[in-house]
Every structure is written in structure tokens, then in C-alpha cells.
Design a protein around this ligand. Sequence first.
Ligand code: FPP
Length: 226
Amino acid sequence: MNNNPSHIAIIMDGNGRWAEIQGNNRTYGHEKGSEVVRSITTYCAKNPEINRLTLYAFSTENWKRPKLEVEFLMKLLQKYLKKELPTYLKGNIRFQPIGDLSGFSASLQKTIVEVQEATRHCTGLTQSLALNYGGRDEIIRAAVTLQASNTPISHDLITSALDCDCDVDLLIRTGGDHRLSNFMLWQSAYAELFFTDTLWPQFTTEELEKIIHKFKQVERRFGGLH
Ligand code: FPP
């Protein structure tokens, strides 16, 4: 058995609850959560078994949150990308956003594209932040693109038209809930799912290591027998 968690995807849940437990604003939890994004990304970049890390940072449904929280998340994202560019470059990490970026302000889109371009040559870990991302929205946008071409529909054609053409091996959700929340619906068809009660700001590289260890014990059959 040789399971490599080549593509890890994480639903980073629990920022708001973590902050509220301590009597702080939910936004404090997002701020702390962004630090965990950095540490988990850096850890994955150093692990040669991991090629891709996809993090659910803002869903197509997150626009329903209070205006102030949405604005805070937008600013935090922009600040994070600007500040962390040296981390990406030092770690040979390629930044590849997924999602419908047209929903963001021109200024945020510019920063996203700048970091994407500046890290295009990086050959280590690919870190994807899912931004204004929804699995159904991704499939709909792919279908609209394919509608225009006259090519016969196939598994590979649909995969190639998605924002992310890489299957997820290991999907983790923090924060105690057991659902996918519209994340990587196509790519997670055969992913191993791990749920932890740990709130995202408290998630550590040690816990990730333990999950990877458990993942490696699983026999993945992909619908076959063994
Ligand atoms: C879920 O916690 C988290 C989000 C909706 C956003 C994820 C954002 C971050 C981890 C920080 C920003 C990221 C970057 C890359 C700068 P929640 O607010 O739903 O928590 P709750 O379930 O406790 O309310």
C-alpha cells in the first residue's frame, strides 16, 4: 500500500466560533485563520509527497454574510497575498486561484493575478485558494464553456474545463461539521474524507501529520475490489 496525499483539500471552518469563545469579534478568528493558512502551506511545501493544497477561503455562498465581515475578508485576502508573496517565492510555491474571480473588486483581482503571475515559474507545491468558489458554479461555468465547442462530452473533457483538473486525495474539514458545503464536488469523487472538531485557528501541522498518517493506512479501491 503506498498512498500519497498528493492533493490535499481543506474546508477551513471554525474561525468565527474560535474568536467568539474568547469574547472576540469573528474577524479576529479570520485573522488568526490566515496565519494557519501560512503555516499549513509552508508545511505542505516542505513535504515532497504533497503536490497540491486547495483551501476553501471564500465560497459563492459567503456573500450572504454581514457586509462588514465580507469586507474584512476581502481586505484580509488582499493583505495576505501582498504580504506572503516572499513566502510563496521562498517555498517555490505556485499560487493558482480557483473560483469566479470576476466577483471581486478590480483591485483585489489585480493582486490575485499579480501573485499568480509572480509565482508561475515555481515548481514545488501548487497552492490553490478557492475564492468566490462553489463546486456547482464551477461545473456550470465548465458546461457553458463546453457548450460553445462542438466536442463530444467525456470525463476528460469536463475535467479539463474545470478550474481545477486534479482529483483530491485527502479532504479535511475542521470545525466539527460533516458536510462538503459545495467544495470540490467533481474532484472529490474518490477523496478520503477526514473531519475534525478542531477549529481552524487551532489546527496545527502536528494534527495534519496525524491525519496524513491515518490516510496512508486506508486501502483506496476506487470502486474496484482491492
Ligand atoms: C469559516 O469559518 C471560514 C471562512 C468562511 C473563511 C476562511 C478564511 C480564512 C481561513 C482566513 C482568510 C484566508 C486567507 C487565505 C487570507 P467560519 O467563519 O464559518 O467559522 P464558524 O463556523 O465558527 O462561524
